[in-house]
Design a protein around this ligand. Structure first.
Ligand code: SF4
Length: 696
């Protein structure tokens, strides 16, 4: 929806939402900021989705936080000065640490934070607070894909090739990804290839596919093993590639040898002919890609599922081959950079390990601290939230850029744990559902008011530029962390407030790491250079690495690794009490927990409320009519939303989007089963019962 251009200087920056990071031009002053897509940026090519077009509305959203709030003895959040709020937070943190130890303070970050903020947050936790209890909402997003890619390729970069490579592909398999709704401009790169979509729902992406495989929820791993089985038995394996560039094929084949087509059909519901056609399409293409999304990843076996799809791609000789590849469609705005900069429970900046002495020593030297003072790994996101307020868990939590009351699994339980804290501090620019529970709320600047960098899903480092100054009373996250660190006794220059200074430091911290940013600079980015990491510093300017696996993979032997994985059912299968599969996901006009997009009038008009997608045959059996209200209940809890009849879902499945608050929270019925390796919760499949209710 084009808007009339506004006269005046334009600022080139990027959309505040998803990992596609569409480039935009902002013009006009506060209250009349207009956006248009940058015409030449190769990723969005002059396109934006509805969220991008309406993003300026966030800048003046009614109810925006403009002053710190402190909860008084009457239980009400009341305005306070910055000094009073920060003094209070620092004082309470000191008390809690003195009483219960450093790990009694936790930090919860976000995949939308800039690289500079994510880096500073990890450093703040480990240096200023001395706690190992830091993780972030990206654990709920990309952790399974990251674990699988790291093991297979020796390096986790969502797309190890530019998005534009998809233009030349002949066949793209999308396993559990729905970009037509989640990142519509990406579909411009998927017009030429034939699409194979694996999704239990007939999504907008599936409608455009040449082939839609609609498996039983939670059976994607069996399907992936079956596809690999077919590749072998139909003699479609690229033996030369497997021999030259991989290890472990025999064990992977042994693990899928029993997944003959009829057994796969029995478990997944996908007809043999469709599986066979999918493998033949991929194998027969000159160039092909296999891409996974949250649908395949957000399971208690998500890492193994992605590993199996990587195995299929390796068998067909796709990863690291020019014009072909394997990748994952990272979701959050800085989902890629956010996982490299040290806000993850087990990692230091540059993907360095918290348990490797050399890695610890390198980062400690950049931070000017003793390596022995750095804590070890902490709990993963759900485990951290689950432990809050218990004898073993943190008594205080600082939340930056996240809204776990809506976005965490088993939401009622998590809300209870947050309420049990001695101190909850939330930094945000809107009064999110999590901020509503806080003891102290700190109002921070937002996307078009701040400088920094983000790293898109293709590993390209991008500049975020300020078009406006933050409104009076609002500070940047870096200023907040600086203010707290100084009050906690840190030297002022250890926590810079200028993003450029932070970036210079993170260049040194990541130098020599797997995600090496040392050759990237604001000057190079501002000069228009296209830089994908790894980009090491050297005598000459390194050109960056858009395709890191062309010559070799990142393991010491240069080879990619097949890994044998076993299919297993979801943590909870439907039974007599909860007879349907419940799955959750996204809609086009909302983003993540909806804390931002539920405040944009045009997006509210397009997607005003949660709904329960249910097949008409199932609805008829349960006495549900379109537009009435239903309760979706699991062993963990229940959500209520309006019924939407559609043949897009299987008769054994209901779908609820997770962007909405209150009793409509889809995460009220998601469970706490975790992937043993990535610690990803099982958002995508559960056992539920659906019953009519009179009202929401
Ligand atoms: Fe923004 Fe993503 Fe939409 Fe692009 S696709 S406009 S980055 S939300």
């Amino acid at each position: 929806r084009p808007q009339a251009p506004v006269a005046g200087p334009e600022t080139t920056t990027h959309c505040p939402y998803c990992a596609l990071q569409c480039s935009t031009e902002l013009s006009g002053g506060r209250g009349r900021v207009a956006v248009r897509p940058s015409p030449d940026f190769p990723v969005n090519r002059g396109g934006l989705c509805q969220k991008g077009w309406t993003a300026p509305a966030l800048l003046g959203t009614p109810g925006r936080l403009l002053t710190p709030l402190v909860r008084g003895t009457d239980g009400v959040l009341a305005p306070a000065s910055w000094d009073a709020a920060l003094d209070l937070v620092a004082g309470r943190l000191r008390e809690i640490r003195a009483l219960h130890g450093a790990d009694a303070v936790g930090v919860f970050g976000g995949g939308g934070l800039t690289n500079e903020k994510a880096y500073t947050l990890g450093k703040f936790a480990r240096v200023a607070l001395g706690t190992g209890q830091i993780d972030y909402n990206g654990r709920f997003c990309m952790s399974s894909a990251a674990a699988a890619a790291g093991a297979a390729f020796g390096l986790d970069r969502g797309l190890p090739f530019p998005v534009t490579d998809l233009d030349g592909s002949d066949v793209v398999l999308l396993a559990g990804a729905n970009p037509a709704e989640t990142m519509p401009p990406l579909m411009r790169h998927l017009e030429r290839p034939d699409l194979i979509v694996i999704d239990p729902r007939r999504t907008r992406t599936a409608e455009r596919a040449a082939l839609h495989l609609q498996p039983v929820p939670g059976s994607d791993l069996a399907l992936a093993l079956g596809l690999l089985h077919l590749a072998v038995t139909e003699s479609l394996v690229d033996k030369e590639y497997v021999e030259a560039r991989t290890t472990g094929f025999d064990a992977a084949w042994e693990a899928c040898a029993g997944w003959w087509p009829e057994r796969v059909e029995e478990v997944t519901g996908v007809p043999v002919a469709e599986s066979r056609r999918a493998v033949r399409m991929l194998a027969g293409a000159r160039h092909a890609h296999v891409l996974t999304g949250r649908g395949a990843e957000q399971h208690s076996k998500g890492t193994d599922t992605v590993t199996a799809f990587i195995g299929l791609a390796l068998a067909l000789g796709l990863p690291g081959r020019a014009g072909s590849g394997f990748g994952t469609l990272t979701g959050q705005g800085n989902g890629q950079g956010g996982r490299e900069m040290g806000q993850k429970a087990d990692q230091l900046p540059g993907y360095r390990s918290l348990t490797d002495p050399a890695d610890r020593a390198h980062v400690a030297s950049v931070w000017g601290v003793d390596p022995g003072s750095l804590p070890g790994p902490g709990r993963s996101a759900y485990e951290l939230l689950d432990s809050l307020g218990t004898a073993e868990g943190p008594r205080a939590l600082l939340v930056f850029g996240s809204n776990p009351v809506v976005s965490a699994p088993r939401a009622a339980h998590v809300t209870g744990r947050l309420a049990a804290l001695d101190l909850l501090v939330v930094a945000d620019f809107v009064p999110s559902e999590t901020a509503a529970l806080a003891d102290v709320v700190l109002p921070v600047a937002q996307w078009a008011e701040e400088e920094g960098t983000l790293t898109s899903l293709e590993g390209r480092v991008l500049r975020r530029r300020a078009h406006l100054s933050p409104p009076p009373g609002v500070r940047t996250d870096l200023e907040v962390l600086h203010g707290l660190a100084v009050r906690l006794g840190q030297p002022p220059d250890r926590f810079p407030v200028r993003p450029r200074e932070v970036f210079e430091e993170l260049r040194r911290a990541t130098a020599g790491g797997r995600a090496d940013y040392s050759g990237v600079s604001y000057a190079r980015l501002d000069a228009g250079e296209v830089l994908h990491w790894p980009c090491p510093a050297g005598d000459d300017d390194h050109p960056g690495t858009p395709r890191p696996f062309l010559d070799r993979f990142a393991h010491p032997d240069g080879r990619a690794r097949f890994t044998a994985v076993e299919h297993r059912p979801p943590a909870r299968e439907p039974d007599a009490e909860f007879p349907l599969y419940g799955t959750t996901g996204r809609v086009l006009a909302q983003y993540q927990s909806g804390a931002q997009t539920r405040r944009v009038p045009e997006l509210v008009e397009a997607a005003p409320e949660a709904f329960v997608e249910i097949h008409p045959d199932t609805a008829g059996r349960l006495g549900l009519a379109d537009g009435t209200f239903a309760e979706v209940a699991s062993a963990y809890g229940s959500a209520r939303a309006r019924v939407r009849l559609t043949r897009a879902v299987r008769t054994d499945t209901v779908f609820v989007p997770f962007h909405f608050p209150g009793a409509a929270r889809a995460n009220l019925f998601t469970g706490d089963a975790l992937d043993p390796r990535s610690r990803m919760p099982e958002f995508k499949v559960g056992a539920v019962r659906v019953t009519p209710v009179g009202e929401r």
